[in-house]
Design a protein around this ligand. Structure first.
Ligand code: 13P
Ligand code: SF4
Length: 309
């Protein structure tokens, strides 16, 4: 069946087909918190980047369908190479991850010979392979504090680098990358939201600019935000709006407000339910990483998991 034919099926038909395929292929569907609701609903597990990496590393399934963006599927393959990993849409890439190449990073490292390289998981496998340790938004501060070196090259997110720098005494040398979704938040968004929802706490993602982070009440990864949702009756949420769909579903009696309704990651929305079923049935698009890159990237990811997993 062609991809377009899957689009002609109802969600119920697609759901049944997916359940059968999952059984036949011993597959697990992992979904990031920013996925569209139809995909969130069929995921066996939803999570932030750290949780998805942990789940991929631990799974007994033979096949992982990673509904998110490219670096997440790559991390799954890096950590569990005997599994087959599929990313339903090859176009689902993270623009921030493309802001640093291994060649650029290697050149930069040679100018700072004493520095350790901490790379955000939002990087390619090849960049991880030339890094000392990875981090996610939920453990960046602990990773930076934990590495031996006092000087750290932090790639690629300048905002997460600034946040980690504000929480440690280390000298952080940031790369000039950013996530366009979070970098677009401005301090006025926080002021406006406080005006509209007086007394309601604000949580923002650490990919946001420093002035936004400083004016918020909490800073958290997407799964950290879900935990905060459990603790508050109302919350202003400064991240990609897909997360709010998950929070509304899990806590229907509570009220969550987006810091900006325009915070949409276009590539996170490129995976829909027909595509997930098509991907599993047709085994598309398989992640394949050359072993020398994979094994070196695994070192950086495993160091993170052992350290602050
Ligand atoms: P987390 O879900 O790990 O917080 O990351 C957010 C993000 O931007 C992923 O691309
Ligand atoms: Fe990349 Fe930002 Fe989209 Fe996450 S939200 S995938 S960091 S562009």
């Amino acid at each position: 069946m062609e991809l377009e034919d899957y689009g002609k099926l109802t969600n119920a038909e697609l759901g049944e087909r997916l359940s059968r395929l999952k059984r036949e292929k011993n597959a697990v569907i992992l979904g990031h918190n920013y996925q569209i609701e139809d995909v969130q609903l069929v995921a066996d597990h939803l999570g932030d980047s750290l949780r998805l990496a942990q789940l991929a590393a631990e799974t007994d399934a033979d096949v992982i369908v990673l509904c998110g963006v490219d670096f997440m599927a790559e991390s799954a393959k890096i950590l569990n190479p005997s599994k087959r990993v599929f990313l339903p849409n090859e176009q689902a890439t993270c623009p921030m991850a493309a802001m640093v190449t291994p060649e650029e990073l290697t050149g930069f490292k040679s100018k700072h010979p004493g520095a350790a390289v901490v790379s955000y998981v939002n990087t390619s496998a090849a960049v991880k392979a030339v890094s000392d340790v990875c981090c996610t938004s939920s453990n960046a501060v602990e990773v930076v504090r934990g590495v031996e070196e006092d000087e750290i090259i932090f790639v690629p997110d300048r905002n997460l680098a600034a946040y980690a720098a504000s929480k440690t005494d280390k000298k952080i040398i940031p790369w000039d990358g950013y996530c366009y979704v979070h970098d677009n938040f401005v301090a006025e968004d926080v002021e406006l939201a406080r005006g509209e929802h007086p007394g309601v706490p604000i949580v923002v993602h650490p990919e946001s600019p420093p002035e936004v982070v400083e004016s918020a009440d909490y800073v958290a990864s997407t799964s950290g935000m879900v935990k905060l949702g459990a603790e508050h009756d109302e919350l202003i949420v400064g991240t990609e709006v897909g997360l709010i769909e998950r929070m509304n579903r899990e806590f229907p009696e509570k009220s969550f407000y987006p810091l900006s309704a325009f915070a949409i990651c276009r590539t996170m929305k490129l995976t829909d339910l027909p595509r997930v079923v098509w991907a599993l049935e047709n085994e598309e698009h398989e992640i394949d990483i050359p072993e020398d890159i994979r094994s070196r990237a695994e070192g950086a990811l495993q160091r993170m998991l052992e350290f602050v997993g």
